[in-house]
Design a protein around this ligand. Structure first.
Ligand code: ACM
Length: 518
């Protein structure tokens, strides 16, 4: 019989006696929105088991039942919590809302033998679930993963697969980094050159970016973008898995691809190319009214596509050199009565904050948006460690923790770098990812509610393929999932490793190209 090895660990697990045996006779009992969750569960376990389990409204003469119940009585478990009872005679999943029931289904999949995750029929397996009583509530509401599709474009099929993998780990935010210096990846109808020009670079740097070193390029054009129809498909797919897609449109920095498409958005007289190497570009948007209007037009189309409450506007790594040297930027600063370029950036972000707030959305930005003064309604994503997050929380703002110390999965994961593919640098082993606590030192109990949660990042300068994304993401994303789901007192690295040994067989079933344990 399979051990109970759910990742992320549930809040409360009480093992029982015996097991429920899933057979072709089993029926899934559910009505209304619960039936959708049951149908997806049936669909997910069908390939490996070969069973086509019917979803029915009422139990059928003596056939064993897995019941999916939406029940107001479970409201105490919150919007995403659930209860699960497995006995030898029946299984009941209950939750107050669909999201909770969906997470119950993810746990049910993990109670079955790991072979259930395979995509072809597996013979000779007893499809048992150990008897157990589970009550499970997530610790944080923001349980995210960021994927950079700009440095290397990732096909839509992989984006969908990645969302499936997030959902399996009870992660609920897919932060889609859609624009950067090296590529603009979202179709904007009003400004077609953003993708006609901005989605393509003529070549890519070979090897690691090193300051002042001679650069070699591969001579191979690279690019791609998502049409608005494709984006709608991704958003709907995610929604069905209770994942919110948070788009990121970078400003005022990381803007070179957009400026290559529309030079009037920049600060220079000569045109620029879509960037072909990594590092921080000096090409940032100018702060003219026309540029602010352009970006607000872009945001209008973004808001149409993404129902997410939060819209990420980047804000990180915007060098001020061009603003310092531009007579127009200096005149603008003077006219606005601003003291320095940091305040000019702050002004820029405040304009976006006001715009998004008026549309009923919330602005999110990397922690540089604190510099020059934080916009009134802004939420901060803390990446340069936790300092920015602590400062924002103390000022009464919400934060999402994404510190590079614990959540940058583009860092090396093995101390033996030579055994690893080229990475951006850093060192973040699995244990380090597991040690992540979004409510870090410096945030007291009184302010802890401002910490919405945390997320893991995959920046793709040195990650060119979906397989390589998986190699960097897993199993560190499993550790992250536990950091943002499991109650702090329920976390234990040794116990996680024991469960992970089983969990990796699930990932094997799904053909996830994870980094092997060391
Ligand atoms: C970042 O890593 N520049 C957010």
């Amino acid at each position: 019989m399979s051990k109970i090895a759910i990742v992320p660990a549930p809040s409360r697990v009480v093992p029982g006696n015996g097991a429920f045996v899933l057979t072709p006779e089993t029926v899934l009992v559910a009505v209304g929105p619960a039936a959708e969750v049951a149908a997806m569960f049936a669909e997910q376990i069908a390939p490996a088991t070969g069973f086509t389990l019917p979803v029915v409204a009422v139990p059928q003469d003596g056939r064993p039942v897995i019941a999916f119940v939406l029940d107001e009585a479970a409201a105490g478990l919150g919007a995403e919590g659930y209860g699960l009872t497995v006995t030898p005679s029946h299984v009941t999943a209950r939750a107050a809302q669909s999201a909770g029931l969906f997470y119950a289904a993810q746990s049910l999949r993990q109670l079955l033998p790991p072979e259930v995750f395979r995509s072809t029929p597996v013979e000779g397996i007893a499809w048992t679930m150990p008897a157990v009583e589970i009550e499970d509530v997530p610790r944080f509401r923001w349980r995210g993963a960021m994927l950079d599709v700009c440095r290397h474009f990732m096909p839509k099929a992989f984006v969908l697969r990645y969302i499936d993998l997030l959902a399996l780990h009870k992660l609920n935010v897919f932060h889609w980094h859609l624009t950067d210096d090296q590529g603009w990846r979202i179709e904007i109808k009003k400004y077609p050159r953003l993708t006609e020009v901005g989605a393509w670079r003529k070549e890519t740097l070979v090897g690691r970016m090193q300051r002042d070193a001679e650069m070699t390029f591969d001579g191979v054009p690279h690019g791609g973008f998502y049409t608005q129809d494709e984006i709608r498909e991704v958003v709907a797919y995610a929604q069905a898995r209770h994942v919110t897609v948070v788009p990121e449109i970078e400003m005022p920095g990381h803007a070179q691809a957009a400026i290559a498409a529309y030079p009037e958005l920049g600060n220079l007289t000569e045109p620029v190319d879509v960037r072909t190497c990594w590092g921080i570009s000096e090409n940032v948007f100018n702060v003219e009214e026309s540029t602010i209007a352009f970006l607000q037009d872009v945001l209008d189309e973004v808001l149409e596509l993404f129902p997410s409450e939060f819209i990420h506007v980047g804000g990180d790594e915007a060098p001020k050199k061009q603003w310092r040297e531009s007579p127009a930027a200096q005149a603008r600063m003077q006219a606005l009565g601003l003291h320095d370029e940091e305040e000019l950036q702050s002004y820029f972000i405040r304009r976006m904050d006001a715009y998004l707030t008026a549309k009923g959305r919330r602005l999110l930005g990397w922690d540089e948006i604190l510099e020059g003064g934080l916009a009134e309604n802004a939420t901060v994503m803390s990446w340069r460690g936790v300092r920015g997050g602590v400062a924002a929380v103390s000022a009464g703002h919400d934060v999402v923790m994404a510190p590079n110390s614990h959540t940058y999965f583009d860092y090396y994961q093995s101390a033996d770098r030579d055994s690893e593919p080229l990475a951006i640098g850093g060192f973040l082993p699995l244990e380090g990812a597991y040690a992540f606590d979004p409510v870090c030192e410096g945030i007291d109990a009184e302010h802890a509610h401002h910490v919405l949660g945390g997320q893991g990042q995959i920046w793709t300068e040195y990650i060119a393929t979906p397989e390589h994304v998986e190699y960097m993401a897993f199993p560190r994303l499993c550790a992250l999932a536990e950091a943002v789901w499991t109650p702090a007192e329920g976390r234990d690295y040794a116990d996680f490793l024991a469960r992970l040994a089983v969990h990796l067989r699930r990932l094997d079933g799904l053909n996830v190209h994870y980094h092997p344990l060391e």
